[in-house]
Design a binder for this molecule. Structure first.
Ligand code: ADP
Ligand code: MG
Length: 254
């Protein structure tokens, strides 16, 4: 098959031109980065796991009426998505204190927050993703007030749903990051969930032991990164057959 045109290469994924207009192929790499790109690593098999985990979670969200960019998984490392105009705002939803919340406000790690806290960050590697408020978003024209309302409502629904889903498999959804985009359909535009939903973008702790099962294992050099992602996939009931051994090239599964 002729290689598709590469549209963008990010830290964890590559976007290729899709088979039809308005679609993209998202290729999940094994690369891991942290601390605004200062720390690099390769976690063999991570891309395969994240492709599966993201597929599974996006499908579950579609079932409860959350619009997403996801179309279908193509193979071990690739999924077909609808091309959207990405809103350059990362939405972080927190249920339990961890990460930068602990650093910034001195709250003890693990403290249950009285309600979900939603934060916005401007998506800019060169600026180090600074934290922003709604005021910045509207003043700089990144999204309208109406769009922010939609994004907030969707984020809270995603949080409620995923929190419950993970409780059912003995995991605590501590926090996670979402990206949204504008999907244009003739004269209509709607906000949809884009990017990925995986342990690269969420903190998941074992409900009993509080063991970290996400990218913090890489950030904090805890080891067993792949095993943790694999365990998340196993609990979701979607561990790829044969395990996430490194695939040299994409294997078509359909
Ligand atoms: N449906 C989509 N349409 C267009 N761009 C998307 C879509 N989904 C995700 N993206 C963008 O593709 C990139 C995914 O690659 P990633 O490696 O995560 O990049 P980054 O290093 O910017 O985080 C992100 O910049 C994300 O905003
Ligand atoms: Mg990313």
């Amino acid at each position: 098959m002729a290689r598709r045109r590469r549209i963008y290469e990010g830290k964890a994924k590559v976007l290729f031109e899709g088979p039809e207009p308005g679609t993209l192929v998202q290729y999940f790499k094994d690369d891991a980065t942290a601390f605004n790109n200062q720390k690099h690593g390769v976690i063999t098999g991570k891309g395969v796991l994240n492709n599966r985990i993201s597929e599974f979670l996006m499908q579950r969200l579609v079932e409860i009426g959350i619009p997403t960019h996801f179309v279908r998984r193509l193979n071990m490392r690739e999924q077909l998505v609808r091309e959207v105009e990405i809103i350059p705002v990362e939405v972080v939803i927190r249920n339990v204190a961890a990460g930068s919340l602990v650093k910034r406000f001195g709250v003890p790690e693990g403290q249950l927050l009285p309600r979900a806290i939603v934060e916005y960050y401007y998506k800019s590697d060169s600026l180090g993703d600074p934290m922003i408020s709604e005021e910045h978003i509207t003043a700089f024209g990144w999204a309208t007030t109406q769009e922010i309302d939609d994004i907030l409502a969707l984020s809270l629904r995603v949080n409620d749903f995923l929190t419950g889903l993970f409780v059912g498999i003995g995991l605590r959804l501590v926090d996670f990051k979402l990206e949204f985009g504008r999907l244009y359909n003739e004269d209509e535009m709607r906000i949809v969930l884009a990017d990925e939903l995986s342990p690269d973008n969420m903190r998941l702790w074992d409900a009993k032991t509080n063991e970290k099962m996400d990218k913090d294992r890489f950030r904090q050099d805890l080891g067993g990164v792949k095993e943790a992602y694999q365990e998340v996939a196993r609990r979701l009931g979607i561990l790829p057959e044969g395990g996430p051994t490194d695939m040299k090239g994409p294997k078509v599964m359909q």
